[in-house]
Ligand binder design. Sequence first.
Ligand code: SF4
Length: 352
Amino acid sequence: MTSDAKQLAPALNAWYVKGARDLPWRRTRDPYKIWISEVMLQQTTVPTVIPYYKKWTQDYLTVKHVAGASLERILKSWQGLGYYQRARNIHKAAKLIVEKYSARIPDDYETLRTIPGFGPYTAGAVLSIAFDKRYPIVDANIRRVVMRLLAIKKQATAQVDKDVYAYLDKIMPKRNLRTFNQALMELGALVCKNKEPLCSMCPIKDRCKAFKRGIQELIPQRKEKLTHEIDVAVGIMERSDKFFIQKRPPKGLLAGLWEFPGGKVKKGETHRQALKRELKEELGITVKDAAFLTRIKHFYTKYKVNLYAYLCNTEAVLFEDRNKKWVGKGEFFRYPMPSGTAKLVKHLEDTL
Ligand code: SF4
């Protein structure tokens, strides 16, 4: 063990034992549950994940329960967490684990990496936390801690991640790896925060180069945020207290989720023009009148969507099939939807 590890690991571990949050996935070493928590926590905050994790692990007790569920049910359970590809990968992975590995999550890196959704981070997290194997992991919190420890005054890039990984690989202790990795993550979340890090409370401040130089808040350097704004016009068609929804294609953005018909407003179009064009293209129907109902704003990672909803009057008859349904107010919960559409449904249920 290097001298760095001799000092860092015990200080981190001692702090973790006293200062870590009691989170539901920290009460288990079941690799299935740790896997689910790690996937949920990618791109999503801890307070948001807690109720989803609790419900998921009640609804799907083991990997076999996930493999045996329909994709539609899995997507419904995921609704609101976003990045639905994560849920699709969990479903694919669960089926593979059941078929090929007798429902046991493999405990070696090479095999895990062949399973859908097990990138280097997820594989390393499951191996270290569930199996206590020696795999460094780099997530946003750990990257920030190490960049500050070493005073790497750069933007977070793939090369920086390689450098962070190489450093962790050098200093990682031989034992109690699960605590070491989780302590680094927790330090990043609670103390070495993105803005206003709490350096006075930090157990490793004596070894932190950024702290010594007073440059911790400049690390990592920020990337310029590009937020695009997209206007979408959607049609709400009502018939005998039921509303028409349709399923998105099985591939591409928000694949397989249910939504109201409509689409992006093109440059130079009014919202009503876009709505009429989209409904003609998608369903072959002509909308006679469209009355504005509400606007729903929703933020995705790289863009903001303004969903303009119109109550549509059309004489066309729309039939149901596998991908098209008339749904009553109390039935929407059965259909997995993008978060923006789910907000619109709530508005309908509260107001119409
Ligand atoms: Fe982060 Fe401050 Fe600790 Fe350095 S001293 S690791 S900047 S919290």
